[in-house]
Design a binder for this molecule. Structure first.
Ligand SMILES: [Zn+2]
Length: 89
């Protein structure tokens, strides 16, 4: 049987340190990292849909090297929240 600790240990190997911005900080982060959603070049890290508007950004992830966006769909947010839980362990 695989324990939850083993799962997290394996995750730790593959997932870099993640930082989540709060919703109200999204705008500032987009500006800070020079992300222009209007270009249509940014996709949700989880479902792959293009994120074109600030309001569609659910979570912004900074892994230390690059910025990833997660859209605000419930299913995507829940998957991203799992990673957030992982980080606090
Ligand atoms: Zn999504």
């Amino acid at each position: 049987m695989t324990s939850i600790n083993t799962v997290y240990r394996d995750l730790r190997k593959t997932i870099p340190v993640l930082t989540f911005a709060r919703k109200r900080e999204v705008k500032d982060y987009l500006k800070l990292y020079n992300i222009d959603l209007a270009t249509g070049e940014y996709r949700c890290k989880i479902c792959g849909e293009i994120i074109k508007e600030e309001n569609d950004v659910g979570i912004l992830i900074n892994d230390g090297n690059s910025i990833s966006l997660v859209c605000n769909k419930k299913s995507c947010m829940e998957r991203a929240n799992f990673l957030k839980i992982y980080e606090t362990l």
